[in-house]
Design a protein around this ligand. Sequence first.
Ligand code: HEM
Ligand SMILES: *[C@@H]1O[C@H](CO)[C@@H](O)[C@H](O)[C@H]1NC(C)=O
Ligand SMILES: *[C@@H]1O[C@H](CO)[C@@H](O)[C@H](O)[C@H]1NC(C)=O
Ligand SMILES: *[C@@H]1O[C@H](CO)[C@@H](O)[C@H](O)[C@H]1NC(C)=O
Length: 326
Amino acid sequence: MASHFQSLLLFLMATLATLFLIPTHAQSQLSPDFYRRVCPKALPVIRSVVKQAIKREARMGASLLRLHFHDCFVNGCDGSILLDDFPGFIGEKTARPNNNSARGFEVVDEIKRAVDRACKRPVVSCADILAVAARDSVEILGGPRFRYQVELGRRDGRTASRDAANSNLPLASFNFSQLLSNFQSQGLNLKDLVVLSGGHTIGLARCATFRNRLYNDTNIDRSFAAILKRTCPASGGNGNLSPLDSTATRADTAYYRDLVKNRGLLRSDQELFKRDGGESDKLVQLYSRNLLAFARDFGVSMIKMGNMSPLTGTNGEIRVNCRKIN
Ligand code: HEM
Ligand SMILES: *[C@@H]1O[C@H](CO)[C@@H](O)[C@H](O)[C@H]1NC(C)=O
Ligand SMILES: *[C@@H]1O[C@H](CO)[C@@H](O)[C@H](O)[C@H]1NC(C)=O
Ligand SMILES: *[C@@H]1O[C@H](CO)[C@@H](O)[C@H](O)[C@H]1NC(C)=O
């Protein structure tokens, strides 16, 4: 009897500990309803500014999605990528993967102004604006299947790190094992890598980021490479743009269908499909054929990425201007 009682007690204590005491996962700290009471207009306002911006320039949806990714991979989703450099402070905007590359900052400013006006005070963090804008962008360019419940309640960081941006963000030159260990060091897995790389279903890349693939890689479709060489010469033209997949203003399965045809634009893209029959090949094949699976898994992995070390509670702040610490 006594030992029964003891084990019951132990069981209860363990359950209580996991429920309340041990801070298990960041996931539990964010919630889709975070702004429901404090500012119910926040999400519709963000969405409408994103929609207008995409109407002006379809690429903007891609640029906003990438900002959220580059925010989250550098010390968590804390809006750090949005901070401007100023004398005595070096932010992430001039880190190699972002310099002359990350864009959409004016649209983020526009969203912030609109949302603060609608809420009558600055209650929505810049980090949350990026998470919502990324979700809305993909949905606007891909349809309602890409809608997922974005988790909210992140606060904005008071620091940024160019060094961390340089060392944490993956490069187009990475091979598969480098990509996987990069994602694993963020708590993401192989499936997250394959499905989140599907972010390249929208947007453009500069010649400088895929030149090496055109001129040095063998696992590239020859006519695809020949056409690209016209916009991306062996030297010069670093800033010339090419679409990341064959339908760069639509979120769809074309990115994966292109990979199966050896038509990935970046080396890091094609690394996900190498005809070695591995796990990654299988996922690429699945997503190339199944929009529903891609859209659903993309939402799941985006939520996971969005949960990476957020600042919550009294940590950080709600920035008044996304470019500056209060
Ligand atoms: C897996 C490793 C990844 C690598 C190596 C990588 C690399 C790159 C590179 C080199 C570019 C072009 C940048 C330029 O031309 O200046 C780019 C663009 C882009 N990336 Fe990635 N990326 C990765 C993952 C992701 C993820 C996880 C997302 C989002 C979920 C994403 C979203 C985008 C988007 C939307 C663009 C186009 C941006 C625009 O047109 O403004 N990427 N990426
Ligand atoms: C960023 O790009 C500008 C313009 O091309 C360049 O002058 C500057 O040196 C770059 N910054 C860094 C840190 O590489
Ligand atoms: C991937 O790149 C790393 C670093 O360059 C290298 O050490 C490794 O051997 C490469 N892996 C494969 C499978 O090519
Ligand atoms: C091809 O690879 C070689 C060796 O890594 C490198 O020196 C060369 O610059 C590359 N060519 C292009 C066009 O990127």
